[in-house]
Design a protein around this ligand. Structure first.
Ligand code: A2P
Length: 275
């Protein structure tokens, strides 16, 4: 391995490999660590890069001839000048073992095309939007909750976020607070966005898996609304494979039908990135 000095620091770092074709090489603008398992980072946005809020894109690092790419939901809204991601740190994860060490000035690779089903276009019109997330599954909703189009299409927007412990809720809490205070979108969102956060492994005012809270109706009584109704509600689900399977079954139990980009309907799902 070549260990020539990195141009931005005095530390010895591996020289970057040539950028593969069809890939943007972007600069890391900022990095924020939340817990020993979670961090977020922002990179520069290529001028030509267009995406719909809620989509994901493949990202990697220039640390090998054939870099490892993984699907990451874009956590920033479509109007943002930078691109934000929210990531888990897996000690031996093929990408995240390296990605968790990035610093401002480093290069992140991003493929040119974004895609995904957690988009407003995949849902038919209705009154309320539910964004149901666990862990890093909040990322696509971090994008959608900051997009004015979400509030043009839905009167009320609910974000549920369930994590193991309180520290893992901080990213979502900061986002919700920032949204209300945002000079651009705060007024539009005021009184229409609600955030429902729970933990499962540490004491917190609200606790419980989202599946339990849907089953026992505590989610709806907490928020003072009626349970899911296909005439009123649209649902987006993002979390682990098991969480998606279980929440999907519950939502279908209320009579909602799954949609896609080609066939918009009443709920959509996507697996949160792992590894
Ligand atoms: P639990 O603590 O009971 O496992 P993770 O970080 O492992 O992805 O988990 C994020 C959150 O999702 C945790 O609060 C976890 O609860 C919850 N969770 C895990 N599996 C499911 C499931 N099948 N349905 C609903 N929630 C789940």
């Amino acid at each position: 391995m070549n260990t020539a000095a990195h141009p931005d620091t005095s530390l010895a770092r591996p020289t970057e490999f040539p950028i593969p074709a069809g890939v943007h090489a972007e600069r890391v603008v900022s990095v924020k660590h939340y817990t020993d398992r979670l961090f977020s980072f922002r990179i520069t946005r290529p001028q030509s890069f267009r995406f719909r809020s809620g989509e994901f894109v493949m990202i990697g690092l220039p640390n090998a001839e054939k870099p490892v790419f993984r699907a990451y939901s874009i956590a920033s809204p479509a109007w943002d000048e930078e691109i934000e991601f929210y990531s888990i740190k897996v000690p031996d994860g093929p990408l995240t073992q390296h990605l968790q060490k990035i610093q401002p000035g480093d290069t992140v690779l991003m493929r040119q095309k974004s895609t995904g089903t957690l988009v407003l276009d995949a849902l038919t019109p209705a009154k309320r939007l539910w964004m149901i997330s666990t862990g890093t599954g909040i990322a696509p909703f971090a994008s959608l909750m900051r997009d004015p189009e979400t509030y043009e299409k839905f009167e009320q927007v609910f974000l549920t976020h369930t994590c193991r412990d309180v520290g893992e809720l901080v990213y979502g809490n900061d986002l919700a607070k920032g949204l209300i205070e945002d000079p651009l979108i705060g007024e539009l969102v005021d009184g229409r966005f609600r955030h429902h956060a729970t933990t499962t492994r540490e004491d917190h005012p609200r606790m419980g898996r989202i599946t339990t809270l849907i089953e026992n109706r505590a989610l709806f009584s907490d928020l003072g609304v009626e349970p899911f109704d296909p005439a009123v509600d649209r649902v987006m689900i993002c979390g682990s494979m098991d969480m998606i399977r279980d929440v999907k079954a519950l939502v279908e139990g209320f009579g909602l039908v799954e949609g896609s980009n080609n066939k918009p309907a009443e709920f959509v799902v996507e697996r949160a990135f792992v590894g």
